[in-house]
Design a protein around this ligand. Sequence first.
Ligand SMILES: NC(=O)c1ccc[n+]([C@@H]2O[C@H](COP(=O)([O-])OP(=O)(O)OC[C@H]3O[C@@H](n4cnc5c(N)ncnc54)[C@H](OP(=O)(O)O)[C@@H]3O)[C@@H](O)[C@H]2O)c1
Length: 243
Amino acid sequence: MPDPRPLAVVTGGSRGIGRAFVLEATRRGYDVVFSYRSREKDAEETVELAAALGGQAQSVRADLEDLEGVHALASAARGRGRASLLVNNAGIGEEFTLEELTPAAWERSVAINLTAPTFLAKELKADLVSQRGAILNVSSDGGVAGSLHGAPYGATKAGLIGLTKTLARELAPDVRCNAIAPGPVATEMWFAIDPAVQARVMEREMPLKRIAQPEDIARAGLDISAWPDASGIVVLLDGGRIM
Ligand SMILES: NC(=O)c1ccc[n+]([C@@H]2O[C@H](COP(=O)([O-])OP(=O)(O)OC[C@H]3O[C@@H](n4cnc5c(N)ncnc54)[C@H](OP(=O)(O)O)[C@@H]3O)[C@@H](O)[C@H]2O)c1
């Protein structure tokens, strides 16, 4: 028997796209456990916004660069029930040319953007299977067509697509696993990019001339996660940038 109120686990729910996922999951009737790294006030605000929608969101401070952080989040989630949805959203978009890149910076991106999603799926697998649940990985159009942020971001976001398709096979038929690959989204991550690059992308590469809002990505991501026939798919949501 499925649990009466489904449980969603969202990484990086303190702000940006992750907060939109927490609130959209709340609107759709989920209890939510979400992680953040350090921005406690933002995390508290997400909890309050979920409460204002009549829901229950619990924040967990967890640095996903370390497997202890991954374990802490999974343990908190198990304390609340059996997860039926895992949204691997947290990510970093640190920019490097090859000249600037250091081994430590490479390892950090791999740990947060790729290792944490993999090991969260491993930690929550039994619960997701028991609920016949779903995993949604937040990749990027830079993982499909090459990234403006440099090698660590482009490679880890492409890796997340490989992880998505691999878990879709491994966990079928019990758990569906899909990815969403946004283009520019109005969050701190996008606005941290050089304004000249932002303007160039918008002018030359975006047929729709529109930056997505975090809520657009969250709504689409949760729709995809609910499609009973979708597993192993990657939905590009980037204003027509990559066709
Ligand atoms: N914005 C875009 O244009 C865009 C486009 C394509 C894909 N994406 C992807 O969408 C996802 C969300 O991006 P966003 O724009 O919402 O990012 P953001 O505004 O920078 O927010 C990042 C979130 O991840 C958390 N986080 C960062 N490092 C962490 C760590 N080491 N451990 C745990 N949590 C950590 C942050 O927690 P704190 O608040 O505590 O720091 C925050 O909740 C990312 O995977 C990103 O790659 C974004």
